[in-house]
Design a protein around this ligand. Sequence first.
Ligand SMILES: O=C(CO)[C@@H](O)[C@H](O)COP(=O)(O)O
Length: 202
Amino acid sequence: MIEGGAEWLHMDVMDGHFVPNISMGAPVLSCVSRGVPGIFMDCHMMVAQPEKWVNDIADAGGSLYCFHIEATSDAVSLIRAIRDRNMKAGVAISPDTPSTAITDEIGAAADMLLVMTVYPGRGGQKFLERCVPKVAELRSRFPDKDIEVDGGVGPKTIDACANAGSNVIVAGTAIFGAPSPEDVIAQLKATITTAQARLPAA
Ligand SMILES: O=C(CO)[C@@H](O)[C@H](O)COP(=O)(O)O
């Protein structure tokens, strides 16, 4: 995990593009940042024009700005703009986008690559197994990058993600719907740690 444990928080930022009438943005992030000083906010930008929000998210305390490659025509310039605001840069792909959309140039410039295993929008969707080979393909091209998987990840699907080379897991329903969230977190972490130890050194 990038920053480890409860210090790291995945925030879904939305402008109504993926899920009509639902938006969450910088004001919420500012509250979290003030309430939990030092928290690492991994901001998943499910927005139509990711270029528009870099300054707002940086000012709100965002630590990592992860945009969808489908939503921009110049990913490398956007990564530069994110870095200029002292945030890490992430690049996300939706289920129907091939991993090759993340070119060697884009992948090398980014800090984190996010493979969505559900359609961007709502929690509680079914894990799309067919997206897993994209994780393996990205891991083979980018051995030293953080590779995040998001959507439908839990005790039943973590093995596939971990074995494909993901080292950053987003889990909502599996944790918040569990009788013992701590146990689920511990299991997900242990599975990733074990699989990472098996990977050849980057
Ligand atoms: O961004 C998304 C969905 O768009 C995810 O962050 C989900 O919200 C994770 O929830 P679960 O799939 O784990 O319930």
